[in-house]
Design a protein around this ligand. Structure first.
Ligand code: PMP
Length: 285
């Protein structure tokens, strides 16, 4: 049993408790961050810290810890299982005041701060040959999907429906335009150009998304951040979803529609190789 970090202490996971009045429990009033690490080294640590700070500012919560304090506690969490590839999960809520009230509690209520590390599951052996299937559904989340909040009931429902239909993910669309996955960003290769929807309040600025754009451009590939219609998506040569834990995942079926040749495409292979190579050259925490 590994320890997690909770409000300044390291405690065994099965002994960690928060009060029922915690605003995370009552309202989903908090934010989180997920940071993949390989051989103890994080992917784009600073970018993750910046996004966490943006999410906190977006819900008007002061940063509970300095970047150095996050770094120290994450190093300690990772050191419990040295050598393993692990994802770091950081979680901050607006604390546990004595009464249930939507309005912010008084300033003397400390935020709840939790962090844990967990091993990253290896990718399925079939991924590189078969890719994955995704569903498409109408967007029904709120207007600030750029904030990584813990209010995730829509993501829960989309993930469950996908799972029940043997799909990996649910892509979201609004007015015929693709937005992102319920827990991933979307890429499509159309006419040889790599496309991904532009950043806005409608989607999360994935750290993997930014990394994939940089790796592609460094490899001399063209990437355009521009809207992708539902119709275009069906005709794409390649489609991928990206996230910290999925890396770059090739999509070979959207609902009943087969994408490209029905197997992961050549541009995915090139970028996946670049991504795997990038993981070997990370900076220490
Ligand atoms: N969009 C949403 C809605 C997400 O929840 C996630 C991450 N789980 C992503 C995109 C991908 O972000 P990242 O690459 O930073 O994991």
């Amino acid at each position: 049993m590994t320890d997690i970090y909770l409000n300044g202490a390291f405690v065994p996971l099965n002994q960690a408790r928060v009060p029922v009045m915690d605003r995370g429990f009552l309202f989903g009033d908090g934010v989180y961050e997920v940071i993949p690490t390989y051989g103890g080294r994080p992917v784009r640590w600073i970018a993750h810290m910046e996004r966490l700070e943006r999410s906190l500012a977006g819900i008007r919560l002061a940063p509970p810890l300095t970047r150095e304090a996050w770094s120290d506690l994450c190093a300690r969490l990772l050191a419990q299982q040295p050598g393993l590839d692990q994802s770091l999960y950081l979680h901050v809520t607006r604390g546990a005041p004595p009464t249930r009230d939507h309005r912010f509690p008084s300033d003397d209520i400390p935020p709840t701060v939790m962090a844990l590390a967990k091993p990253i599951s290896p990718r399925p052996a079939t991924l590189a040959e078969q890719g994955v299937t995704v569903l498409v559904r109408e967007e029904l989340r709120w207007g600030r999907c750029d904030l990584k909040t813990i209010s995730l009931v829509a993501a829960v429902l989309f993930a469950q429906e996908a799972s029940e239909q043997d799909a990996e993910e649910t892509l979201l669309q609004r007015d015929g335009w693709m937005i992102e996955g319920a827990s991933s960003n979307l890429f499509a290769v159309i006419d040889g150009v790599i496309l991904t929807p532009p950043l806005s309040h409608a989607l999360l600025a994935g750290i993997t998304r930014a990394l994939v754009i940089d790796l592609a451009r460094a490899a001399g590939l063209r990437v355009d951040e521009r809207p992708i219609s539902r119709t275009e998506l069906n005709q794409a040569q390649e489609v991928w979803i990206t996230s910290a834990t999925r890396e770059i995942m090739p999509v070979t079926r959207i609902e009943q529609q087969v994408i490209g040749e029905g197997c992961p495409g050549p541009i995915w292979r090139k970028l996946d190789a670049a991504y795997q190579d990038y993981k070997q050259h990370l900076e220490p925490l």
